[in-house]
Design a protein around this ligand. Sequence first.
Ligand code: ARG
Length: 392
Amino acid sequence: MSKVVLCYSGGLDTTVCIPLLKERYGFAEVITVTVDVGQPESEVRRAEERGKRYADRHYTVDAKEEFVNAVFQLVKANGDYEGYVLGTALARPIIAEKVAEVAKKENADAVAHGATGKGNDQLRFDNIFLQHGFKVIAPMRELNLTREWEIEYANEHGIDIPVTKDKPWSIDENIWSRSIEGGKLEDPSYVPPDEIYEWTKGGKTEEEIITIEFEKGIPVALNGKKMNGIELIMALNEIGGKHRIGRTDMMEDRVLGLKARENYEHPAATILITAHRDLEKLVLSRRELKFKRFVEEEWAELVYYGLVNDPLFHALNAFIDKTQERVTGWVKLKLGDGYVMPVARDSEYSLYDEELTSFDSIVVDQSLAEGFSMFHGLQGRVFYRVVKNRRN
Ligand code: ARG
């Protein structure tokens, strides 16, 4: 008896996959797995209910904690790919790991997912599934189905078409970000209506100042109140959302080379990375900061590409963790309509030295700087003289 474990969201695509895996691929048993990475509770419940109804067996796996741990590593890395906060990218390998665990337990012959052949998600899922030795089936990529065909097929198989609030775009949501793509939004020259945004609807306009505390690069408290990761991210999504902080409308280079217009909202991500970067500037040396920027870019690209099993990823994390040993302290941020700005910071590891820097201090003998200045820019001045002499 052949078994396949399907990565399941409860939406039309992945639900249509259930009968397809039996009819087109000949599996006797289809087992659905929904992984909770902080998408809305109602979405998880809907997937669970539909999985139980249409598949032979269903699992719901809670991976919120693992996901938040990954998100906090992202904060340490100031994770950003071309301006994108990497929410979907970071979640996919975790989802794939959880699905692979079920597939092993179930002794499945294959795993399946609903990603298309045009995006990045197929690469992120496949990489982890293949690592665990599974055959991967991706019906959406293999069969080139249209939405109309899927609806008809669903009707024939007694599958309800999920009411997706009638929005003509594709949403991918987790605790870190909400991505909105497809439909009219695909056209880069189209100005999106405000209604595509749900987390950042605004409403509150007076400025406010919040305080975030970090321990070794990890945010641990908001306004003096200790919180676990999930609570902290949810609280910041709420506060930041009121100020319409963290919207992105961008052109993105997909792994395959396709350019795509993407819209995202991510209030907590924007606030936390703004705060974290600011604290790093207080405690890390100029050279650490400069070198870390290269590390961050490489780190973000590996995450975007779904290559989190590459040994380089582990090596970069080791470097990042080393730098974060001193990223302990607090940052105050001013939040206003659509913006967040650091306004104060402090740390026991601060490299700011009032005695040295202050205009009012006399500890440093300023006249010594004259000698330094004699050599500073020396080659440029020699060059200027040489070029000037040749012209005459
Ligand atoms: N462009 C983003 C990424 O590659 C988001 C993808 C969102 N996926 C989706 N099925 N809507 O990570």
